[in-house]
Design a protein. Structure first.
Length: 252
């Protein structure tokens, strides 16, 4: 863990990063989350979407704090895992009510289960969500190798909803990921290019699923789906730098 602490301390020395001002819990109708505020507002808002662990974890809070230090309003949301995108309008409404992001563009970053759901937010608020970053997300639920995640209806798959979004996407992935094949990432990239949407896919040769965090609290090295997860400090640092740069480029 000292390696992660050292890399994060180095990241905070990068020009443009400063201490976050504060954080607070916000609640709406069946919607809640933690808002991390930068030193100066108003600022673009970025939704932070947790993994299949089911709730905002310490890893998500750490990431949200990093985004606030980079000058963004970071909103780590407690979205439900079950069901489709029905929760999106409630969180769009809640985010729109935050004065620190008034009149600003929105982005979203998601991890594993949160990755595809960044596109759900983009489809639910196409005039506001301008950029997403997906860490090791599933983009086609019809062809996923994980049986418990497979769906016959394609409408919730990000690759099938590109007609409804106007978003720039950064796809971050590990070549050794056994939950999401690299082939799926490449198909998603090609589909976005065909629609004229800005996209970049970064595949790290030595990384597995959850390369930026490893197992969530209480987990071991393999999930209930058989997905192997492992932390890689070098990949984490590179991915975070790319994500911040992506949001700075497209959230203007």
């Amino acid at each position: 863990m000292w390696v992660r602490a050292f890399l994060l301390s180095c990241l905070l020395l990068v020009p443009g990063l400063a201490e976050a001002q504060s954080s607070r819990t916000v609640q709406g109708e069946d919607a809640s989350g933690e808002l991390f505020l930068p030193a100066r507002t108003p600022a673009p808002l970025i939704f932070v979407l947790h993994t299949a662990w089911g709730h905002v974890s310490p890893n998500d809070r750490q990431y949200a704090k990093m985004l606030a230090q980079a000058g963004f309003v970071a909103f780590a949301i407690e979205y439900p895992l079950n069901g489709g995108p029905g929760w999106v309008p409630k969180y769009v409404k809640l985010a729109a009510a935050q004065p620190e992001a008034a009149g600003q563009p929105w982005g979203a970053v998601g991890f594993s289960a949160g990755g595809p759901r960044t596109f759900w937010l983009a489809a639910g608020a196409p005039d506001r969500v301008k950029a997403v970053v997906s860490y090791y997300g599933t983009y086609d639920f019809q062809t996923t190798p994980v049986a418990s995640m497979r769906r016959s209806d394609s409408r919730s798959s990000p690759i099938a909803m590109l007609d409804r979004v106007h978003v720039a996407a950064l796809l971050l992935h590990g070549a050794k990921d056994n939950e999401v094949p690299v082939e799926m990432v490449e198909r998603m990239k090609a589909a976005m290019i065909a629609k004229g949407l800005p996209v970049e896919a970064v595949v790290y040769p030595d990384c597995y699923h959850s390369f930026d965090r490893g197992p969530e609290p209480g987990m071991h090295g393999t999930t209930s789906n058989g997905t192997y997860v492992a932390y890689n400090a070098k990949c984490e640092a590179d991915a975070r730098a790319r994500a911040v740069n992506w949001f700075r480029t497209y959230l203007k």
